[in-house]
Structures are given as C-alpha cells and as structure tokens.
Write a protein that binds this ligand. Structure first.
Ligand code: ADP
Length: 489
C-alpha cells in the first residue's frame, strides 16, 4: 500500500474487524447468560410445580406409588401421569432407594449413555435444591437442570429433576454467532469502501497542496503562494508553514541572484581596464616576441572571462526578472541575413560547410533582435564547434500553426542519450576536461541562455541527437501577433 489513503482504509478495516469481534463476543456472552438463566428458571418452576402437584395429589389420595405387576418395579399412579407428560423436556421422579418412578417421554427417548448421565444428579438429590448441567453427549448436547427433594408426597417419592436441552434454545448462542459471521464480511466490505471514500475526501486538500507546491517549486514561481486554508486544522498549519518556507526560499534565491548580478557587474570594469592595458602593451614597439606570446594568451583568457561575466550577468538578471526584451518588428529573413556572414567565416575556419536557407516569404516576428541573433549564433557556433572538419551545418525554418520552427542541424559528434537532458543546465559540458582550452572551448552557459531567450519570447527549444551522427536543435517562436504581449514603451 503506497498511498496514505490505502493504508488508512486497511487500518480502518482492521480496527473495525477488531471492534466487531469484541462486540460479537460481548453480545454472545450476554445472550448466553440470559438464555441460560431463563432455561434454569424454567427448570426450577417446572420442578416446583411437579413437587407441589405431587404433594397435593398425595394429600388428596394418600398413595401415589404402586408396583408394576409385570416388572415388579415401583411406578407412579396412572392418573398423575397425564400431568407429568404435559411438561416438556426432561423430567425424572425418583424414590428414596434410587429407583426411577417416572421418566418423561423426552428422557425415555435418550440414548442409554445419555440417560445414565442425566440420572446421576437425580440419584444424588439432597435436602438443598440445586441447579446443574450435564453433558448428555451427542446428539442431545448439554442439559441444564434443577433438582429438588420432595418431602410432602409420601415416603416413596424422594425428589424430582427437571431439565431442558441447551440446543433447543429459541436463538441459540451458536446461531447468533453464525449470523454474525455471515453479516460481518458484508459490513466490513461496505465500511472499507466508505472509509476509502472518506479518507480520499479528507486527503483531497493534501493532494491540492502537493500539486501547488510542485508548480511553485520549479524555481521560477517562488513569488506564488499556496491558497490559505481557513479551517484552522493541521492542513491550515501546513499551508502557512509551507508559505513561510517558500517566502524564505524566495528571499534567499533573490539574494543569490542579486549577488551574482552585482559581482558580475562589479568585475566588468576592472576587467575592461585589464584588457585595454594588455592591448596597449601588445602594441608597444619594444615588446619582445616571448612577452608578446604571453600577452596574447592573457588577452585570450581575459576575453573568455569577459564572456563568462556577460553570460552570468544575463542569466542573473533573467532570474531576477530584470532582463527586459526590447521587442521590435522583424523579418526572420533579415536575422538570417545578418548571421550568414559570421557563420560562413566560422565554418570556413573549421572547414565545415554552413548552409543558411533564407525563407522565400517574409516571416514577421516581434522579437528582441539582439537576443534572437545571440540565440541563433549560440546554436550555429555550437554546431560548427562540435562538427569535425568536412562536416556540414545548416539552418532553416518552417511556419505552422502561428509559429516558426527554426532548425539548426549538424553532422557532428552528437550527444549521448544520457547527456541530452542536461545540456540546457548551467555550466554543464559533456567534455569538462577540455573546457579551458583545446579545440572546443566553452563554459556551458550558451544553451542555458538560449533556452531563456526562447522561453522569454513565448517559445521553446528542444534538441534531438544521435551520438556520432549529429544533433538537431529546434527553436519554436510565435509569429508576430500570435502569442506574446509587447513590452510597454
Ligand atoms: P559550451 O558550448 O560553451 O560548452 P553550451 O551551453 O553551448 O556550452 O553547450 C553545453 C554542452 O552541450 C556542450 O558542452 C556540448 O557538450 C553540448 N552541445 C551543445 N551543442 C552541441 C552540438 N551541436 N553537438 C554536440 N554537442 C553539443
């Protein structure tokens, strides 16, 4: 069970089953006690009635016992028999010598072994009346009885035992238990279902909170807050705690962005001074070739540093929302025309054929020309950089559904499937070892900036690649008037 909802429903069912079991057991025991008490009372009343009736008959007639001529055994006079037979259950009347004077029809029908067990307490009747129970064995089961002595019915009658079988109870405890066992699964299934629904409803706000937190925690929506709950319960507390946490996160992110932006900005001026110092030194007439070489390398590094600072500043400002786009009406063909020359030179240096397919029809865009040019140049320089000599690179476009799809493809080294999800991350490079120098220098910020530019224009950027075969980057931008709002002047 992976969900809290499922776990709670199961625990609910277990608790309910336990409660039902205890409840059934209590009902069973109470019912049993009451049924037994009623049975005992019946046996007692019957015994009392028999004793009173026999005593009365003895007083009226003076003789109640006669000897059966056939068997030679003492039996009761026939005229009291109808009365005794009218009493249901097991009735035994005994004489003082342990002789059985009368057995009810039920008692006579008992198997021999059962009868012997029933007679045992009848032979032991003392002066004190007593309740008891005998196990008469199968098929009769337990018999509860009341036995008492009879003193006023003559010297030949000693006592009476009246009893009834437990299995004959109107609603026997066993039957009650069976009924409960049959009903229990139905009640249990119904309550689990209801419990599952109830828990689902109770946890719905939690689901909503999780969705909202997911939407907020992508890092770009930290200004948003969860809708406050007025219920005053644990979820309301959770919501306010989460809101406070998101607030703190927002503040620390802002501090981080501000620091990056300020640091990049502050470093730019001294770097410009260093660069112009080196440039002046290079042009000095008395500089020796060795020093010139060192100065050249230093200038290269300083230029690289300036590029990194520029990229960092752009991203930090974008994060802060302080990198506004200067939108203007543009034709994509003009943008392509602007990059064709630079791309051609870069391609020539790397012995890579660059093909720029300028669209035949105008493609009107409302974009920040500088940023889109930067985006396209990032993709083209990457394509050239990661394509070995002799390969080719192309850029083309196609319009559909109010969007223009700009495709930059190369026949280069490609990107491993495991690397593909990371290429837009900041400072991510497939080949970190050769970052600073070598054939493919770079720092891993170009694609992060490209993605920001595409998304800031209401578009998107995606890459597909096959290792060793080449890579395709597709930038989608809305055609003018279809998606983004223009910046207020
Ligand atoms: P940089 O090129 O400065 O390293 P980017 O952000 O432009 O940084 O690219 C990140 C990484 O994505 C590169 O280091 C490279 O591994 C991979 N990559 C980008 N474009 C291509 C391409 N066209 N072909 C192969 N790999 C590429």
């Amino acid at each position: 069970m992976r969900t809290i909802r499922g776990r709670l429903a199961v625990w609910y069912a277990v608790a309910l089953a336990g409660t039902m079991f205890v409840f059934a057991a209590v009902i069973y025991l109470v019912q049993r006690r009451e049924e037994f008490a009623a049975l005992d009372e019946r046996a007692r009343l019957e015994s009392e009635l028999i004793a009173a009736t026999l005593s009365e008959a003895y007083r009226a007639r003076g003789r109640l016992v006669m000897t059966d001529r056939q068997t030679g055994r003492d039996v009761l006079q026939p005229d009291v028999l109808p009365f005794l037979e009218s009493i249901r259950g097991y009735v035994v009347v005994v004489g003082p010598e342990g002789d059985v004077l009368h057995l009810s029809s039920d008692a006579r029908a008992l198997p021999y072994g059962s009868l012997v067990r029933l007679l045992a307490p009848a032979f032991e009747i003392g002066s004190n009346p007593s309740f008891g129970m005998v196990d008469a064995g199968s098929p009769v089961g337990e018999i509860r009885y009341y036995a008492r002595s009879i003193t006023a019915a003559g010297p030949r009658i000693a006592g009476v035992l009246s009893g009834a079988s437990v299995s004959g109870l109107a609603i026997g405890p066993q039957r009650l238990l069976m009924a409960m066992l049959l009903v229990a699964p139905v009640i249990l299934a119904a309550s689990v279902l209801i419990g599952y629904q109830l828990v689902g409803r109770t946890l719905k706000p939690v689901d909503r909170i999780v969705d909202e937190v997911e939407a907020i925690s992508d890092g770009r929506s930290l200004h948003r807050r969860l809708a406050p709950l007025r219920t005053g319960d644990e979820l309301a507390r959770l919501t306010s705690t989460l809101n406070a946490m998101i607030g703190r996160l927002e503040r620390s992110f802002a501090t981080l962005h501000r620091f990056t932006a300020d640091a990049s900005h502050e470093l730019k001026t001294p770097l410009t001074v260093v660069r112009s110092g080196i440039e002046r030194a290079i042009t000095h007439p008395r500089v020796t070739p060795e020093v010139l070489e060192v100065l050249d390398e230093t200038l290269l590094e300083v230029n690289r540093m300036a590029e990194i600072l520029d990229s960092l500043l752009t991203l930090a400002r974008a994060d802060e929302g302080r990198a506004p786009l200067h939108l203007e009406d543009t034709d994509l063909r003009d943008l392509f025309a602007e990059i064709v020359e630079t791309a051609g030179i870069l391609g020539e240096q790397a012995s890579v054929a660059v093909e720029v397919e300028i669209p035949a029809e105008p493609v009107p865009l409302a974009v920040d020309r500088g940023r889109i040019r930067q985006l396209l140049m990032n993709l083209l320089t990457n394509a050239i950089k990661y394509t070995p000599a002799g390969g080719n690179v192309s850029i083309e476009s196609a319009c559909s559904d109010g969007n223009v799809r700009i495709t930059v493809s190369d026949s280069g080294i490609g990107i491993a499937p495991g690397d593909l999800p990371h290429i837009f991350d900041r400072f991510w490079r497939a080949d970190k070892a050769r970052s600073r120098s070598g054939r493919r220098p770079g720092v891993g910020l170009g694609l992060a900036i490209s993605r920001w530019i595409a998304e800031a224009h209401g578009g998107s950027i995606h890459a597909t690649s096959r290792l060793g075969r080449g890579t395709v980057f597709v930038v989608t931008l809305p055609i003018e008037g279809t998606a983004i709002e223009r910046e207020a002047p």
